[in-house]
Design a protein around this ligand. Structure first.
Ligand code: SF4
Length: 325
């Protein structure tokens, strides 16, 4: 199917007093039409930086090199004016803690009106017809429009945000930790709504960022596991959960209730330690400080990409064999 996003060797750093923090250090992946790509990893792995750099909220990040092509447009090369045109229309984000962005003194309908008019879109009657249709799709009653955010539950607010961020039918929607503040049943509902939006072609594809692998297994077609600013493994959700190749992926899976128990006899019971300091982790594999399988080579050189099968890629020396590119 058609390729919507093509990220190639993207590097995005943060400048700090001590030097550059390599938040994204050369990552490459693709998102196809109709696909939901889940991005998972611990905090500090670069998943939020990824969402922010694609939506061009670059400050205080520093774009270093690489490409992020949304269809034929390299997002990294757009100037401020072009960015404003692209955001919301072609690529849209539901940021972390978006639910807190509602003003307590505005009715939901006025909040929507002000927000879209800031983006140069006229919030007339026609526009609100569309809003109402989408409200019905996500099971929100229309009187929510006349309410204040304080009167809405977290799940309702999240659905309002989902409607707002997709009103212009963006090609790519980025959802950043949007389910973490919700209870389990609201999480499931929001995940279901997102896949409905994809099925109804309101959005072409979705990048779903979370630390919660079990929700990804329900919603994502593909999962990308990130570690310390780099990709550890990308594969179909099935393969990530049932045929993981990277020790870090295995460790994450082994901590999942139910599914994780089959790794009980491996050395992976919970990974000790924390991600490395992104300022300086030397040349080797980033996971070597915590990896129970690390060997000499892992100290010296970062593992290259190994293709396991169609759509399954892993970066770990244990997997480097004949199939290596
Ligand atoms: Fe562990 Fe080495 Fe593989 Fe890195 S390359 S994950 S340190 S075995």
């Amino acid at each position: 199917s058609k390729n919507i996003l093509n990220v190639n060797d993207l590097k995005v750093y943060y400048k700090t007093l001590k030097g550059y923090v390599k938040a994204l250090d050369g990552i490459s992946f693709k998102v196809n039409e109709k696909e939901i790509l889940g991005v998972a990893g611990e905090s500090g792995c670069g998943k939020t930086t990824l969402g922010h750099s694609l939506i061009l909220l670059k400050k205080p990040m520093k774009y270093i090199s690489g490409e992020a092509n949304l269809l034929n447009k390299d997002l990294m090369k757009l100037n401020a004016k072009e960015m404003n045109k692209t955001r919301f229309k072609d690529i849209s984000i539901i940021p972390q803690a978006a639910m807190d962005s509602f003003s307590p003194t505005k009715k939901i309908k006025d909040f929507i009106k002000d927000l879209v008019e800031e983006h140069g879109i006229k919030a007339d009657e026609n526009f609100f017809e569309k809003v109402k249709k989408r409200f019905k799709m996500v099971n929100l009653s229309l009187d929510v429009l006349n309410r204040y955010s304080i009167e809405l539950s977290g799940g309702m607010k999240q659905r309002v945000i989902l409607v707002i961020s997709t009103l212009l039918d963006p090609k790519l929607l980025i959802a950043d930790e949007i389910t973490s503040a919700l209870d389990v049943s609201s999480q499931k509902f929001v995940a279901k709504m997102l896949s409905n939006f994809r099925d109804e072609k309101i959005v072409d594809s979705i990048i779903f960022i979370t630390h919660d692998l079990s929700i990804l297994y329900q919603i994502a077609d593909k999962i990308m596991i990130m570690y310390a600013g780099h990709i550890a493994e990308i594969a179909s959700s099935e393969d990530i959960i049932f045929n993981p190749k990277h020790p870090y992926t295995k460790a994450l899976i082994s901590s999942l209730p139910k599914i994780g128990t089959r790794f009980e006899n491996e050395k992976l019971d919970g990974i000790e330690g924390t991600p490395p300091n992104l300022l300086n982790f030397g040349n080797g594999c980033r996971f070597r400080f915590r990896c129970p399988y690390a060997f000499d080579k892992c100290e010296k050189e970062a593992p290259p990409k190994t293709i396991i099968s169609n759509d399954h890629e892993v970066y770990c020396w244990l997997n480097v064999g004949d199939k290596n590119e």
